[in-house]
Write a protein that binds this ligand. Structure first.
Ligand code: HEC
Length: 111
């Protein structure tokens, strides 16, 4: 009887550890994943969302505004300019993550 109760509590311990693991890692890596997805934009919009050339800056944009802008571009019937094609390459969830990431950056690239 004693052996059985040890087994049960051991199983419970492992089960609760497994249940808790995804929760803690999801929170910890979320911003890293968002940053990785958004890094594609850096080619033109600069690292940290601060473009030094003529491209628009993205850092510090409101997440909702940026996401809505990208959803609009993605929804173009006839994608014509660069950004329509860029936006088409992302799922809605990836767009949400990209927008969330840029909203956490300073407007001027931290300079
Ligand atoms: C190949 C270069 C290139 C890449 C990569 C690129 N963009 Fe752009 N983006 C542009 C250019 C050029 C413009 C300005 C002309 C236009 O709107 O098409 C622009 C404009 C924008 C605008 C509109 C800004 C405004 O004020 O109207 C947003 C928002 C934007 N880009 C977001 C993004 C995001 C987010 C990504 C990554 C998923 C991205 N861009 C990737 C070239 C690029």
């Amino acid at each position: 009887m004693r052996v059985i109760s040890i087994k049960i509590s051991g199983t419970l311990l492992i089960a609760s550890a497994i249940l808790m693991l995804p929760l803690s890692t999801a929170v910890a890596e979320d911003q890293t994943v968002n940053r990785m997805i958004a890094s594609q934009c850096a080619q033109c919009h600069g690292t940290n969302g601060y473009a030094r050339g003529s491209y628009p800056d993205l850092g510090g944009d409101e997440a909702k505004d940026l996401a809505d802008h990208l959803y609009d571009m993605k929804g173009e019937d006839r994608p014509s300019d660069i950004m329509d094609h860029q936006a088409l390459g992302y799922t809605d969830d990836q767009i949400r993550r990209i927008a969330q990431y840029y909203s956490t950056l300073p407007e001027n690239g931290g300079d």
